[in-house]
Design a binder for this molecule. Structure first.
Ligand SMILES: NC(=O)c1ccc[n+]([C@@H]2O[C@H](COP(=O)([O-])OP(=O)(O)OC[C@H]3O[C@@H](n4cnc5c(N)ncnc54)[C@H](O)[C@@H]3O)[C@@H](O)[C@H]2O)c1
Length: 323
């Protein structure tokens, strides 16, 4: 089987159907594709079908392909069965290197040799995960943001063994399915977005651990401050505007020296049981007992409205030349 045109993909496989795998299933079903899935958990199919019922109204608001239907999802008894005929495979197994290596090896051995295999990993490099694959040239990282059926970006990161053609095929495929692919040819641990998020996460844990701020205070500070600006501009554009008419040049001149101030820890904190519990309890307080599924539905509704608003603005699209 040779690789299809990116616009002609009809059959995809999704391996691992938890938070991210089920989100990808929703995304591909919305595009009118046939999806074959496999997950070792005995209740996996039931959970995915429940989730699809919950998000179908959201997918409908986004716009469905004429062939889109939850009936186009088939749960398979084995990984091999799920990927045997696939024109594209999205791997979403737990974030553990031995599981990633074993899963990619099994997918690579069982799917047609040209089929692109994309991993949703949050930070492993494909060159760490493809070590037992016979055809590493068709493997790439494709890191989404949750929920994959709504968040535009997917970081498509090649390994030194990924062929240029396969990498570009994956980028183009995500684009035709409505994603905003970020094509990265350099393998950087954590890629771009998670590297930044990890730095923020470390800082948050330190502040909680040292009783510098509570979970509530941290969420408020970001929500009502940088979060709103980051929703419409990248952090560098935010800083560029922070320099007034002098832009980034003035900002660096003014705030450059404060980089030396001891404002951040940056080193990871020790994640003790006590610190973990403090964060977990804080989040339970913060969300006032509202069930996660209800929060997810409200998040999806707000995200669609925000994306519609942002899409109408030049500021949101400025500098978007990647891929
Ligand atoms: N949760 C997020 O926000 C997020 C965001 C981006 C990327 N990711 C990445 O997506 C991947 C999946 O994360 P998740 O949050 O969906 O996890 P999850 O725990 O919700 O789901 C993992 C699924 O994998 C299944 N599983 C366990 N062992 C397996 C195996 N050997 N083969 C196949 N499936 C197996 C589990 O039954 C479960 O359904 C990870 O690599 C993670 O880093 C997660």
């Amino acid at each position: 089987m040779s690789r299809p045109e990116v616009t002609n993909v009809e059959r995809v496989a999704v391996i691992g159907t938890g938070v991210i795998g089920s989100g990808w299933i929703a995304h591909f079903l919305r595009q009118g594709m046939q999806v074959r899935a496999w997950d070792p958990a005995s209740d996996a199919e039931e959970k995915v079908r429940e989730r699809l019922t919950a998000v179908w109204p959201i997918l409908t608001r986004l716009g469905l392909h004429p062939n889109a239907s939850p009936d186009n999802l088939t749960f398979c008894a084995t990984l091999e069965e799920a990927v045997a005929d696939a024109q594209f495979v999205q791997e979403n197994t737990p974030e553990r290197l031995p599981i990633k290596i074993a899963s990619l090896k099994a997918i690579d051995a069982a799917c047609p040799p040209d089929t692109i295999i994309a991993s949703s990993t949050s930070g492993y490099l494909m060159s760490e995960m493809d070590v037992e694959c016979q055809h590493p040239e068709r493997c790439t990282v494709a890191h989404p943001f949750n929920p994959p059926y709504l968040m535009p970006v997917v970081e498509v990161v090649a390994s030194p063994r990924t062929s240029l053609e396969a990498h570009q095929w994956a980028v183009d495929f995500y684009r035709v399915t409505g994603k905003q692919p970020l094509k990265l040819t350099k393998e950087v641990p954590g890629f771009v977005a998670d590297r930044i998020m990890e730095a923020v996460w470390r800082e948050i844990l330190h502040m909680i651990d040292n009783d510098m701020a509570t979970v509530e205070e941290i969420d408020m500070a970001v929500r009502y401050g940088p979060g709103i600006r980051w929703a419409m501009m990248g952090p560098l554009t935010v800083l560029h505007l922070g320099g007034g008419e002098g832009g980034m040049a003035h900002l660096i001149h003014q705030f450059g020296p404060s980089l030396q101030a001891p404002w951040t820890f940056l080193q990871p904190p020790e994640l003790t049981d006590e610190l973990a519990q403090k964060v977990i309890d804080g989040c339970d307080r913060l969300t006032e007992g509202v069930p996660i599924r209800e929060l997810e539905a409200e998040r999806d509704d707000l995200l669609i409205r925000m994306l519609e608003l942002l899409d109408s603005s030049r500021l949101w699209h400025i500098g978007n030349t990647n891929g």
